[in-house]
Structure formats: C-alpha cells, structure tokens
Design a protein around this ligand. Structure first.
Ligand code: FAD
Ligand code: FES
Length: 271
C-alpha cells in the first residue's frame, strides 16, 4: 500500500511540511509518537514525529539533512510514499499537571502544537517557549500560539522576540515558581542544557530522544540509550524520557557513529 502526499510545502529554508493520507495512523496517533517511513522499496527507513492530525491526514515536518530527507524533499503533492508505519512509541504523558511549559528548538518546534493542544484539552495552563536561529525558522508559530496561554519566542540573532535562548526564559519562570512540568524537544545538546535548569527545582522534565533508529519496533537495537543506568530502546520504551535520567554523552556519541557513511550517501545522491 502506498500513501499519498496530499499537501507539501517548504515552510522555511530546508524545512518541509507534508500532509500524508494515512487513515490508520491519523486515527490512532497521539502527541509524542512518531512514524517510520520508507520512500520506496530501495529506500532506508527514517523516523519522523507526528506533528499534527487532521481527519485521515497526518503531518510530518522534516529538515533536509542527508540522503533520505533530500529525496523526500523532492516529492510533492500527489506523489506517494511506499511505507508509513505507525504511530510508534509511547504517547506523551498527558494529564492535569497544572502549569506546563513546552519548549522547542530547531525543527523540534514543529512537534509542539499537537502536544500543547493535548495538554490544554486536559485542563493545563500551557506556556510555549520556542527558539530558532532567526525569525524565518519559527515553524508553525501562529498555530502553536493558538494552543498556548502564552508563547515566548526567542531568536539567536534577535531578529524576532527575545534575543537569546529558551533556557533563559525557562530559568525566569522556574525562579518565579510557576512551573509544574516541562517538555523539551530539539537537538540533543539543546535538550541537555535546557533540562539542567529544572534540576534544582525538582520539576518533572520530559525530553524526546532522537537516536538513530532503523526498524522502530525494538528489534535492531540501533536506538539503544541509557536511562538511569539501564539500557532502553528509544523506539519502544520512549521516545520521551525524564531528562535527568538520560546519559546524554552516550546519546550524542552514538548519533555520530555513521557520519562518514551518511556523508558518502549524501554525496552519491547529489551526484
Ligand atoms: P543522514 O545522512 O542519514 O543523517 C543525517 C543526520 O540524521 C545525522 O545526524 C544522523 O545522526 C541522523 N540520523 C540518520 N539516520 C537516522 C535515523 N534512522 N534515525 C534518527 N536519526 C538519524 N527529523 C525531522 O526533521 N523531523 C522530525 O519530526 C523528526 N522526528 C524524529 C523522531 C524520532 C523518534 C527520531 C529518532 C528522529 C527524528 N528526526 C526528525 C530525525 C530524522 O529521523 C533524521 O534527520 C533522518 O533520519 C535523517 O536521514 P537522512 O538520510 O536524511 O540523513
Ligand atoms: Fe531498532 Fe529501536 S529502532 S530497536
């Protein structure tokens, strides 16, 4: 079975938003889960987060970083993706936490609207904090704002909103004592540094880990992470974990193990 791309748009430099017709995924997908897609029968499998759901359609937002995402970015409306497996992974723990802060960095921002919406619908007060290199990379900002009580926007270059990083805003909120729970989604280094801020306040803090994944079903072991000293598979035990339990150095080292091969595959694709 192939899955039709119903809408495709480049929403920022190298970042694409696709709505894919996948009723079985759309029906069951919840915030925090992901898909594993394979473009054609010769393609590799890559994991992408469920960024939204609308009827039979499921949204992915991806950054062009290597061979498969480059290939994916060449597809458009009316094209088909061979396999869309999901929803995979545990959904985010949605309940009445109180005052929640959801933080996104880079392409991770696109994972926040579905999360903020679910938290809001469960009676939480939701503050969004997003950070990007510049204003052109503030993905889905207005949609996210519509699900938040407050949205604070940060840019590294000061081209929009607060000139600085989301962690600065988070620290202020923690000092004010107005935070009960935090989600952080973005590059590993950003999640590590931002989550350190909550440790002295003992505030529950979830991060969505992005190790290399292949099958997404707990069989291959490539997404192995260490959580509180125990081996876990991010695809079936996560992808969300409590930040303070994560062995960040191992995660970041393992993310780089195929750098040489990834570069070669990208060069071959570009030729
Ligand atoms: P490659 O040349 O293969 O790799 C480029 C970079 O991507 C490297 O840093 C590499 O470490 C990382 N990567 C490569 N293969 C994988 C893999 N199979 N799994 C994870 N990381 C990999 N990216 C988005 O843009 N949007 C998303 O919503 C998103 N959600 C994700 C959800 C999960 C649970 C995980 C684990 C990753 C997610 N990613 C997301 C990352 C995305 O899967 C990678 O960018 C993609 O696999 C890169 O493939 P490539 O062939 O284009 O690049
Ligand atoms: Fe293979 Fe998780 S991706 S075990």
């Amino acid at each position: 079975m192939a899955y039709k791309i119903e809408k495709a748009e480049m929403i920022a430099e190298n970042i694409f938003e696709f709505w894919i017709n996948a009723p079985h995924v759309a029906k069951n997908a919840r915030a925090g889960q992901f898909l594993v897609i394979r473009i054609n029968d010769k393609g590799e499998r890559i994991p992408l987060t469920v960024s939204g759901v609308d009827g039979d359609l499921v949204r992915i937002v991806f950054m062009k970083v290597g061979k498969t995402t480059m290939f994916l970015s060449t597809l458009g409306e009316g094209d088909f993706i061979e396999d869309v497996a999901g929803p995979l992974g545990h959904p985010s723990e949605i309940k009445d936490w109180g005052r929640c802060v959801v933080i996104g960095g880079g392409v991770g921002i696109a994972c926040l609207p579905i999360l903020a919406k679910a938290l809001k619908e469960s009676g939480n007060e939701v503050t969004g904090i997003i950070g990007a290199r510049n204003k052109s990379l503030l993905l889905l900002k207005d949609e996210l704002a519509s699900h938040c009580d407050e949205l604070v926007v940060c840019t590294d270059d000061g081209s929009f909103g607060y000139h600085g990083f989301p962690v600065d805003i988070l620290k202020k909120k923690l000092e004010e004592g107005v935070v009960d729970c935090v989600w952080i989604i973005g590059p590993a280094i950003m999640m590590k540094i931002t989550s350190l801020a909550t440790v002295p306040y003992n505030v529950r803090t979830f991060v969505s880990l992005n190790p290399i994944m292949v099958d997404g079903t707990g069989m291959c072991g490539s997404c192995r992470v260490t959580i509180d000293g125990e081996t876990k598979f991010a695809c079936v035990d996560g992808p969300e974990f409590e930040a303070a339990s994560v062995d960040w150095n191992e995660l970041m080292t393992r993310q780089r193990i195929y750098t040489e091969e990834e570069l070669k595959a990208r060069e071959l694709f570009e030729d």
